[in-house]
Design a protein. Structure first.
Length: 502
């Protein structure tokens, strides 16, 4: 027979793992317990009803589901079919929960021979997992695990990985027919599928960090993530179209409300819009996570795989002994050594250098003279000193004019007034030197002898001639910005009559 055996055996382990999800149901079927009438209890159907019970409660977001709640559900559904009282249904509920989740806390497992990989493997699965618990009453609640959801979906659809896409198609049909109540349930199922896919992506991220030890496993996880990313991108586009469709329907119905029936339908479509937008937001976050997983986790795994190869590479074993122990032709030896040799290097002159900046020098030979820098000529220094004294006097006059009858003023007030009247002064460095030097020399006693000791402020202090003044400049909280170029610490200038002395 001309058949592709490798294609037939592809993903054999995953297929067997899905079949083993039904194992707890068949174990329940083999139970030989009888009811009060002596009839065998149909544990298989009760097990399936239990799955649907937990699934419905997940949709309704009810997390308080335990043995008593399941037994009460059996009693309501029973209708006289099984001759058991409430205590009997509680025993049956406990047996079913123990089958889906062993009391030891360990997951169910099954060993099988993998024909694809030619070895024995063990698969682990968990139908139920522990949820909330009431410590006061010693009550444990349960909810469906990832494999439990997969088992429920498999009883309805053939491909659980396309569950969201199938839900989207059904939702569109229901919206087109006006079946808004069914549409809400479809959205709830999509929310569960999105949550299940989120757990799966997190699990894949952990597996990437733990299991990628070869190029084959890297390629397998890479293809898996690319498939998930492609499917999420398609589903995201469908979500956008669904939201637009729902929004258009909502806007159209808003202007067609005539009676109570129309109002209820409008309220339902509003709720559908809000719920669908919430699920879409969660799904969009999944798409971002899958892209991050593809770009970050896979790249990190590839780098670690590279360094594992580098660390495990033995130069002596792989290269040196091979060259020495096995006589090789000269050409073959050159090919082996070539990757470990330096690249050839040569110093060349580029014709583009003629366009570079050229250094032009005089043809005369110049003598290099090494000597200490001499101070500037006295005329230049005197000119700078006179300009500074003039500027300081002008600044002092402006400050005194602003103070009026006050005995103190802040630098912030001075700058604020000058920005509207003498803004050009704030652009000069001398304004800021004026305040810095005054702060350094503060306090200053102004009298006839003091003028000679403050050469820079000699003209500025002439304003106070004939008075005995104590000038103080101290720092204050805050920074003052004269302009974009200059900023200075805020200060306070005080002028007080000096009463010290004889």
């Amino acid at each position: 027979m001309d058949i592709n055996i490798r294609g037939i055996l592809d993903n054999y382990g995953e297929r067997v793992g899905r079949l083993f999800l039904y194992e707890p149901l068949f174990k329940l079927e083999n139970k030989r317990e009888k009811d009060n009438s002596g009839n065998f209890i149909d544990y298989f159907s009760l097990g399936l009803l239990s799955l649907l019970f937990f699934f419905e409660n997940m949709i309704m977001r009810n997390r308080n589901t335990g043995v008593k709640e399941l037994a009460q559900f059996f009693a309501e559904v029973n209708g006289g079919r099984i001759d058991l009282n409430i205590e009997g249904f509680e025993r049956a509920a406990r047996n079913i929960i123990d089958a889906f989740r062993p009391p030891s806390g360990k997951r169910n497992s099954k060993t099988f021979y993998n024909w694809e990989k030619r070895r024995y493997e063990t698969v682990y699965y968990s139908i139920l997992k522990s949820g909330l618990s009431d410590t006061k009453s010693n009550i444990q609640y349960y909810t469906l695990d990832e494999q439990g959801l997969e088992l429920v979906f498999s009883t309805r659809e053939y491909f659980s990985e396309f569950q969201i896409s199938i839900n989207q198609l059904l939702l569109r049909k229901q919206l087109e027919k006006g079946e808004f109540a069914g549409a809400l349930r479809q959205i709830d199922e999509m929310r569960l599928a999105v949550g299940n896919l989120k757990d799966r992506i997190i699990k894949i991220g952990h597996e990437i960090n733990r299991n990628i030890v070869s190029e084959e496993s890297y390629e397998r996880y890479k293809n898996l993530i690319e498939d998930i990313n492609l499917r999420l991108a398609r589903e995201n586009e469908e979500f956008d179209e669904l939201l637009n469709f729902v929004n258009d329907t909502k806007n159209k119905m808003e202007y067609e409300i005539k009676d109570e029936k129309d109002r209820k339908a409008y309220e339902l479509i509003r709720k559908i819009h809000n719920e669908l937008d919430e699920v879409h937001s969660e799904h969009r976050q999944l798409l971002k996570n899958s892209i991050s997983l593809k770009t970050n986790a896979l790249e990190s795994a590839q780098e670690s795989l590279y360094f594992i190869g580098v660390e495990s590479f033995n130069f002596e074993e792989e290269i040196t002994k091979r060259l020495i122990s096995i006589p090789l032709p000269l050409g073959a030896s050159r090919y082996i050594i070539n990757p470990f040799m330096y690249l050839s290097m040569a110093k060349t002159w580029s014709p583009l250098r003629v366009f570079y900046e050229q250094k032009i020098e005089s043809e005369r030979e110049s003598e290099d003279i090494y000597e200490f820098a001499e101070p500037q000529e006295g005329e230049i220094i005197d000119e700078y000193l006179n300009i500074t004294k003039f500027n300081f006097r002008k600044i002092m006059e402006i400050v005194i004019k602003m103070m009026r009858n006050k005995n103190e003023i802040t630098l912030e007030e001075v700058v604020g007034n000058m920005q509207s009247e003498d803004e050009d002064i704030l652009n000069h460095r001398s304004f800021y030197d004026f305040w810095i030097i005054l702060h350094q020399k503060s306090p200053i006693i102004l009298n006839d002898t003091e003028y000679d000791n403050n050469e820079l402020f000699k003209d500025a202090f002439e304003i106070f001639k004939g008075k005995r003044i104590k000038l103080t400049v101290v720092e204050k909280d805050g920074i003052v910005y004269g302009n974009k170029r200059f900023s200075i610490k805020n200060m306070v200038m005080r002028l007080e009559e000096n009463t010290d002395g004889i």
